[in-house]
Design a protein around this ligand. Structure first.
Ligand SMILES: [Zn+2]
Length: 489
């Protein structure tokens, strides 16, 4: 077996991990890099650390753009293999990729207008349509054959609708092996979704580490905290602006708000979901009730109600309706994308509302380094929008109980319950989180396996001593060594 980490290595975006098993190249996720200097990000998204034409299969964990956003680019550059994921992921990924195509087009137009430079969008809608034709879907627990001797099973990751933990069972050198890729790992007791499935054994584990050094607040307090915030802001006649990730976070917020209104815990104020993408995504949620957890059945479906529809919940599609929110009289909640405030209508809502101290910006998601969202969290006094600095006077509140990622304890608990581990690869976390996670696995869990924090582009190959890195000069040594061992790189 061979693994090359081609994204989300000591970083949280651009998930792309290339495996070679049984002579076939299998790509786990094909995400978009986000945040940081525009040119660097474009370069990272433009190319791949492998030849797209040489990849045989793509396995997609879930539909967040940092996991699926560069699939159309991969197809444009020659990938023609099958793409495997769950049904809900396919439907959601199609929307996310179409939205991605729009962003690519807008970015190219912006560069042309601002710098007079002609750049080609990284992919178009046509590339998205070509990519969608390559999808084949499987349900959770439905074991399917990739090639002779290599089997794949998806388990519920509890991160977003349709999200999957991938287990690949294969034979190597005569012995049965299992590689598990967590994708993004969710949390227990979250609205809508089932708890993440605990895989009980694996030889190799590729695991995310977004919050490996952080403890989340319990979700139990969310309803009370949200009620208090809404009452405070309503009293001072302010508005609540929520940068919402279109996929999942927005629906979870709507779920909790709707439940609070139903239970008459607070006086309802209008909730505007101002993002065409969120509107479409919510429709997919309506279609996949079979993915919901028992609590969603108890709270809504058993009463023939949908969590996502009520008189107070208003979906905003047209740009005129969105603009009208700038002068909306009275308190309201505006949930708008993009989640990290880098694009989309949220930028306009920040521009119009963040200068007023009566308003409140509620941060409910992870804000990557280098993004405007991170500046909000870090207490900036001014934020640059549309080339101009605007004062930030609105109250900023961070509620990380909404996080869709497992925290420090949940991640450690997850690893602890996996038996037979030989190698753990820590990915999808900023460097300090990855390192803390590695140290905790070794020092707290006292596990005997090897734990690696992969570098971008780092390759690992199976040797008689287990998976070994091919970093630096060791690459040549290993290439010679494995030539003798007739292992494939
Ligand atoms: Zn995700």
């Amino acid at each position: 077996m061979f693994i090359k980490f081609c994204g989300a290595a000591r970083n949280v975006t651009g998930s792309r991990h290339l495996l070679e098993i049984g002579g076939k190249k299998i790509l786990l996720d094909c995400g978009m890099f986000q945040g940081g200097a525009k040119e660097k990000v474009r370069a990272q998204n433009e190319g791949f650390l492998f030849d797209p034409k040489a990849v045989d299969f793509l396995i997609l964990s879930h539909a967040h753009i940092d996991h699926c956003g560069m699939i159309p680019r991969l197809v444009k550059l020659g990938f023609a293999g099958k793409i495997f994921c769950t049904q809900a992921t396919r439907d959601l990924a199609e929307m996310m990729m179409l939205d991605g195509a729009k962003i690519q087009f807008q970015d190219a137009a912006f560069v042309k207008k601002e710098m007079g430079k002609e750049i080609e969008p990284l992919y178009s809608e046509a590339d998205v349509h070509a990519a969608v034709k390559l999808f084949t879907t499987y349900e959770y627990f439905q074991k399917f054959k990739l090639i002779e001797g290599v089997w794949v099973t998806f388990y519920d990751a509890g991160h977003v609708l349709g999200s999957a933990i991938t287990a690949i069972d294969f034979k190597e050198e005569g012995s049965q092996k299992r590689l598990v890729y967590t994708g993004d790992l969710g949390r227990k007791y979250m609205p809508i979704l089932n708890d993440p499935y605990q895989v009980d054994h694996a030889n190799y584990l590729i695991i995310e580490s977004t919050y490996a050094g952080h403890l989340h607040d319990s979700f139990d307090s969310v309803e009370d905290e949200l009620s208090r915030i809404i009452m405070d802001v309503t009293r001072r006649r302010g508005k609540i602006i929520i940068p919402g990730f279109s996929l999942e976070r927005t629906q979870e917020l709507v779920y909790v708000l709707h439940k609070l209104y139903d239970e008459k815990k607070i006086e309802p104020i209008p909730i505007f979901i101002d993002s065409p993408l969120s509107v479409e995504v919510s429709k997919v949620f309506d279609r996949y009730e079979n993915y919901y957890d028992n609590e969603t059945f108890r709270d809504f479906l058993s009463r023939k109600e949908s969590p996502f529809h009520s008189p107070e919940i208003k979906y905003v599609k047209r740009i005129e309706e969105s603009k009208a929110l700038n002068t909306f009289k009275g308190s309201c909640i505006i949930i708008s994308a993009s989640g990290m405030c880098e694009a989309g209508r949220i930028k306009h809502h920040l521009k119009y509302h963040m200068g007023d101290a009566r308003n409140l910006i509620l941060v409910v998601g992870f804000m990557a380094q280098g993004t405007r969202g991170r500046q909000l969290v870090d207490g900036a006094s001014k934020i640059r929008l549309f080339g101009q600095l605007y004062p930030l006077r609105a109250q900023v509140v961070v509620m990380n109980a909404f996080s869709a990622h497992a925290d420090k304890l949940e991640l450690l608990e997850y690893v602890k319950n996996v038996s037979d581990l030989e190698n753990v690869f820590v990915v999808h976390g900023e460097e300090n989180q990855c390192l803390v996670f590695r140290d905790n696995i070794i020092n707290i869990l006292k596990m005997k396996c090897r734990v690696d924090v992969a570098d971008l582009g780092e390759e690992f190959v199976e040797t008689p001593e287990g998976m070994q890195s091919l970093k630096g000069t060791r690459r040549e040594e290993y290439l010679n060594k494995i030539k003798d061992l007739k292992l494939k790189v």
